[in-house]
Design a protein around this ligand. Structure first.
Ligand code: GLN
Length: 481
């Protein structure tokens, strides 16, 4: 097997009996042993404990190893969410995501590093050390799904789960030349995910190709009665319509702002224009559109995600889960010292901000206002989707951050999520695919946004784009052996 083998290719080798499932497991285990010490992408990895010959041979993921982001429960394993607060926390049950991987014939081989409680854009906020970008170790692989993205990009695993609250799948996908799906809110179950912002959180796959992504999405799809926000959707095979041809009569909207804004890196603008041209060559009609409320995505997210984080993280006080400060003389001291000692600075900033915007004297001005603007943005999206089938934007406004820089400039880090937040706060899906490299050899991503439950169409469009362009074939050379 070759280093950057795709899920589709592994499935073929298994089908023709050229390799066995234990060969596959062994291959990736060895790559993790060789490269993880320099990447710190996996907090832990193991040889699969399942009886490999008992796996479901008819499943979408038969014989395919998976890496699971460490805010997603794997029974009997640590689930730290990248935080000292949960450094000794053992998951008492499997998340639905993990159960689906197993019922579809796959298996987990590790836990992926991540920004603490999924708050961050660079992976530098993990309590367990940063993960460099396999394309260039001076740069960040993105965040918060930093370990997941770096591991897939370096070929340590064929795919990994990520989670998004606002950009954490698509931005690392873009920084690492991967395909990342933010699914429609409620499409994949969140049962067994450590919560950050409950009206926003969703898990999704990070892969090297669109086909692989659609395959994993098929495995994860289907209603889950254990999650009250899970949509009543049937299980679906998202690969069925993937033939590499652009569907007929597709109109795609391009935000004029994205082409004109100084905030978007010039090389990203260039690749974005080339992508528009490539799509036109494939028969897509491009409509230049304007969405005046798009720019509010970032402010809506900023307020709501902090408010929801403050509520969700209130449970980590030493009394129920995870770490506890045991030398306290009062209950109050136990709570405060537990939080003070075990939460990182970014988490504390967000809890403070969240409680502020929820305070009775500010709620009208911030939290309630953000909910109102969220509805305005939603209405604008729905109107736009009357005219176009999908919208494209660059996935990020900057190239992969230099490590050590943006994490000290919080505002510029927050601004990087400009293109990923509007569809996140309105529950719409987004798919990031590679669209080229910068002159310095850093990956650049293109995002397809569609209306709710348009995943099947987004995959078709993106697969046609991928099948007619070479960008997904670019690999970080260092890991090519
Ligand atoms: N960059 C986003 C943030 O820091 C990422 C959040 C996420 O999607 N988990 O809030």
């Amino acid at each position: 097997m070759k280093p950057f083998i795709t899920i589709k290719e592994i499935a073929h080798l298994l089908e023709t009996h050229e390799v066995s499932v234990s060969d596959v497991a062994q291959f990736f285990y060895k790559r993790c042993e060789k490269y993880n010490p320099e990447l710190n992408a996996l907090l832990e990895f193991w040889k699969p404990e399942l009886e490999l010959d008992e796996l479901n041979k008819d499943g979408f993921l038969y014989g395919i190893p998976a890496l699971i982001k460490d805010n997603t429960l794997q029974k009997g394993r640590l689930a730290t969410a990248g935080s000292n607060m949960l450094k000794d926390y053992i998951a008492p049950y499997n998340s639905t995501i993990v159960n689906r991987v197993i019922s579809e014939g796959g298996f987990s081989i590790g836990r992926a590093n991540m920004d603490e409680f999924a708050m961050g854009s660079s992976g530098e906020f993990s309590a367990f050390g940063l993960t460099p970008n396999p394309w260039n170790h001076k740069h960040s692989p993105g965040g918060s799904s930093s370990g997941s993205a770096a591991a897939v990009a370096a070929g340590l695993v064929p795919w990994a789960t990520g989670t998004e609250t606002g950009g954490s799948i698509r931005q690392p996908a873009s920084f690492c030349n991967l395909v990342g799906l933010l699914p429609t809110y409620g499409l994949f179950s969140r049962y067994g995910l450590i919560a950050f912002g409950s009206s926003l959180d969703r898990p999704g796959p990070l892969t090297r190709t669109v086909y692989d992504n659609a395959l994993v999405a098929s495995a994860l799809s289907g209603h889950d009665p254990k999650d009250s926000t899970s949509l009543p959707e049937p299980k679906r095979d998202y690969t069925k319509k993937l033939n590499g041809k652009m569907p007929e009569d597709i109109t795609i909207g391009v935000l004029k702002d994205a082409l004109e804004s100084d905030a978007v890196h010039p090389e990203i603008q260039l690749r974005f224009k080339e992508a528009i041209h490539d799509l036109e060559k494939l028969g897509v009609k491009i409509n230049y559109i304007s969405m005046p409320a798009f720019k509010y995505g970032i402010s809506i997210y900023f307020i709501l995600s902090r408010a929801e984080a403050a509520s969700n993280l209130a449970r980590f006080d030493g009394s129920l889960y995870g770490s506890r400060f045991t030398d306290a003389e009062s209950l109050q001291e136990m709570y405060t010292e537990t939080r003070e000692r075990n939460m990182g600075a970014e988490i504390k900033r967000r809890i403070l901000m969240g409680n502020y915007v929820l305070g009775s004297s500010q709620k009208d001005a911030y939290y309630d206002k953000a909910q109102q603007v969220r509805n305005v943005l939603l209405a604008e999206f729905l109107e736009t989707f009357q005219e176009v089938d999908a919208i494209i934007t660059p996935s990020t406004s900057t190239l992969p951050f230099e490590l050590g820089k943006e994490c000290n400039d919080t505002l510029s880090m927050y601004m990087n999520d400009y293109f990923t937040l509007p569809n996140c706060v309105t529950g719409m899906p987004g798919l990031s695919v590679p669209c080229g490299l910068s002159k310095s050899g850093l990956p650049i991503g293109l995002q397809f946004i569609g209306p709710r439950l348009s995943e099947e169409l987004l995959y078709q469009i993106a697969y046609a784009y991928e099948s007619n362009t070479p960008h997904h074939l670019n690999r970080p050379k260092k890991y090519d052996e």
